[in-house]
Design a protein around this ligand. Structure first.
Ligand code: MTE
Length: 333
């Protein structure tokens, strides 16, 4: 499939935006972990690295990319007029569905085949902690209780690539209203699916990292108009590689804040530890707002590689808060 092969033009010169993909996924990632003391226990098994070969359990022929995207349409939603478009083209669904970060299923971008092992049937999300009304929701509960809508949002990864994606889901603040947080709630922690028998990538370093993947927001951030739970994309149910069946979408923050395949949401009075912030706090701060003026320690954030109809990206200026300052700047004043 040629569209998932990274073209030569992708390897941009070091003096522009340093490719963080290389850092995240390969030897430099491991070296950095080792430097931070996190990976000491993995040294003896380094020869076993092969994130591309992990667990394809099915003996029948694996689905094609198109089949993984060919999911049921979500019925009865409207596009929210406040978020009906942005001034950039929506990404092609096959590009977006084959260029993913989902470390539970591999260290590269091409995790969509392994992600098909994610078991999404009878999915439940436990909402608990400092709330008056703790509840466990299934997907039908979300569709029945909350205002399912489409929102076209900019998406900006900390690795300095970006897309525009048409999510279908519901505002996080509707969930807050349903569970009624107690007055001492300050933060909310979101936990992704984790089962070491299934979430088998990236091979050797798996056991050394702070799984499950967790993210956190302040309660004010979660209550912001923009904060969104996606249960779909392109009008259909969420493909597994995008974090089925429900994931966070926080468009003014770097993409790593948007945990995928959520199983638990906890309302807390202290700031939770989160996945990337635990691994490398100096590089992945808890707040992680998109900011062109605050470089990542190893690459600039002033520009981004915008991806839409092919992986031939276009360099664009990064916008403060990813272009959503009018909704969120007041949270940080
Ligand atoms: N959630 C989990 N559980 N595991 C991950 O590895 N990666 C994050 C985020 N959520 C990640 C995750 C990062 S770094 C990004 S950029 C986005 O998911 C990518 O979302 P996408 O693959 O749908 O574009």
């Amino acid at each position: 499939m040629t569209f998932i092969r990274v073209p030569k033009t992708w390897s941009i010169s070091e003096n522009k935006v340093t490719s963080a993909d290389a850092y995240f996924n390969r030897r430099r990632f491991l070296k950095t972990l080792l430097g931070a003391g996190i990976g000491a226990s993995i040294m003896p098994i380094m020869g076993c690295v092969d994130s591309s070969s992990s667990s394809s359990s099915s003996s029948s022929s694996p689905p094609t990319l198109e089949e993984t995207l060919d999911l049921p349409t979500i019925k009865g939603f409207n596009t929210n007029p406040a978020f009906a478009s942005v001034d950039r083209a929506i990404a092609d669904d096959k590009i977006a569905g084959s260029y993913n970060n989902f470390y539970e299923f591999g260290g590269g971008k091409n995790i969509w085949p392994n992600a098909q092992n994610l078991p999404t049937e009878n999915w439940k999300v436990e909402v608990t902690g400092l709330v008056k009304n703790p509840q466990t929701f299934d997907l039908d509960d979300f569709k029945r209780k909350f205002t399912i809508q489409e929102r076209i949002y900019r998406f900006r990864c900390v690795e300095a690539w970006s897309m525009v994606l048409p999510w279908v889901g519901f505002p996080m603040k509707e969930l807050i209203a349903a569970v009624e947080p107690r007055s001492n709630v300050k933060f909310v922690r979101f936990t992704s699916f984790y089962d070491p028998k299934i979430t088998t990538g990236p091979g050797l370093i798996f056991g050394s990292l702070p799984w499950p993947y967790r993210e956190g927001l302040t309660i004010e951030e979660m209550n912001n108009e923009l904060a969104f739970f996606a249960i779909g994309i392109y009008g259909k149910e969420l493909p597994k590689q995008h974090g089925a069946p429900i994931r966070m979408v926080i468009p003014w923050k770097y993409g790593f804040k948007g945990a995928k395949s959520i199983v638990k949401i906890e309302f807390m009075d202290t700031q939770p530890r989160t996945y990337w912030n635990t691994i490398m706090p100096s590089e992945y701060d808890f707040e992680a707002n998109v900011n062109p003026n605050k470089p990542h320690p190893r690459w600039s954030q002033a520009e981004e590689r915008f991806i839409s109809s092919s992986l031939n990206w276009e360099l664009k200026k990064t916008l403060p808060y990813n272009g959503y300052g009018k909704y969120v700047a007041n949270l940080y004043s």
